[in-house]
Design a binder for this molecule. Structure first.
Ligand code: KG4
Ligand code: ZN
Length: 346
């Protein structure tokens, strides 16, 4: 098989990214992966502002591409194709990426490959660990939460997902309620380490239903009520109150994710030949308590557990280049009519 080298572009949320990935006889390697985050631009607004994000992507994409090619020691002539996130995501950013990719494809005479952002996340364990199909993927980030059985580069079945907030979003909102810094996940985790998870009884939403759907917005409301209860009683929160609230909240998220993963594994195991595998991706997979709970669930079911390194769990372009590489290797490519899609379920 001839070596394949792809440039990937990602601009669907608040990270502008470009990467070069190569597949040859030795396997797959990431030659470069450049990510320019926009967190500080959105910090004052309590969330990603689409217009600001789109402008920043349009300004940064070309620089990211130059940096990625530079770090890989390549130029456009060394590439076999350009892959780009074509959705789902904030439309202005996705359009900026798709237009940049089309410009490069036209200018350098390269084929264009559109990639679904979620497929990029879902295929990452193949890039990092060479995981074989099929496997069960739990995608848990600030924007996503779903269980996918991954059978091929374009063959996914969704077993369930959140019906409201993503868990990362719940961590972020909870941190805001407690006056902790953003992103909320790491700050809540740090507080939780000092707290008593048993002091507050947080709900375990949707565990009474047999399916693989999840809900996190009620948890955040429960945290708000508990906080207001303490404030009404004592006039404010002590450090210990804050730590106990964080510990209780985190334990509830971990329990719900673990139990729903147990159910999803059961469904997936009915069809999985060979060694079953559970993979997680997304920023929330960085949480040690949650990770440990998921590892236990995998071990219980006799499944291999894989979690890509954090920089490849969160938004990046190496996963887009890799997903593009799988599509391109299978003979697929897109034309200049490739469109940017705000919504694009797998
Ligand atoms: O995957 P990601 O970088 O971005 C997308 O949402 O696509 O995930 C970011 C999310 C944020 O909501 C952040 O609070 C959460 O992941 N996160 C964590 C931890 N580290 C990051 N949540 C819980 N515990 C953590 N240690
Ligand atoms: Zn993402």
């Amino acid at each position: 098989q001839a070596p394949l080298t792809l440039l990937g572009l990602e601009s669907s949320c608040d990270d502008t990214a470009a990467a070069v990935v190569r597949q040859d006889a030795k396997g797959v390697s990431i030659l470069s992966s450049v990510v320019h985050g926009q967190a500080e631009m959105h910090a004052d607004f309590g969330g990603v502002v689409p217009e600001i994000a789109a402008r920043a992507h349009a300004e940064k994409l070309d620089l990211c591409v130059i940096e990625a090619l530079d770090q890989a020691g390549l130029d456009l002539r060394d590439l076999d194709a350009v892959a780009v996130t074509a959705g789902p995501g904030l439309i202005g950013g996705v359009m900026a990426g798709v237009m940049m990719a089309k410009g490069i494809a036209l200018g350098a005479g390269l084929p264009l490959v559109g990639v679904n952002h979620l497929a990029g996340h879902a295929l990452t364990p193949r890039l990092t660990d060479g995981l074989a199909y099929p496997y069960l993927m739990l995608l848990v980030s600030g924007g996503h939460c779903q269980f996918l059985v991954v059978r091929g580069a374009e063959d996914f079945s969704r077993l369930g997902g959140t019906i409201d907030d993503a868990p990362g979003e719940a961590f972020d909102k909870s941190a805001r309620l407690l006056g902790l810094p953003q992103p909320g996940g790491p700050s809540v985790e740090a507080e939780a380490a000092k707290g008593d998870a048993k002091r507050f009884a947080f709900p375990r939403p949707l565990l009474d239903r047999p399916d693989c759907n999840l809900s996190f917005s009620g948890l955040k409301t429960a945290l708000l009520r508990a906080r207001d209860g303490i404030v009404a009683e004592k006039g404010g929160l002590t450090r210990a109150d804050r730590a106990d609230l964080c510990a209780g909240f985190q334990a509830a998220v971990a329990d719900v994710l673990a139990e729903k993963t147990r159910r999803a594994l059961r469904i997936y195991l009915e069809e999985a030949p060979g060694t079953p595998a559970l993979a997680v991706a997304g920023g929330v997979a960085a949480n040690q308590r949650i990770r440990a709970a998921l590892e236990d669930v995998a071990a219980e079911a006799g499944a291999v557990f894989t979690a890509p390194p954090l920089r490849l769990c969160t938004d990046n372009a190496a996963m887009i280049a890799y997903a593009g590489l799988e599509r391109f290797g299978a003979g697929q490519r897109d034309g200049m009519d490739l469109s940017a899609r705000p919504r694009w379920p797998l």
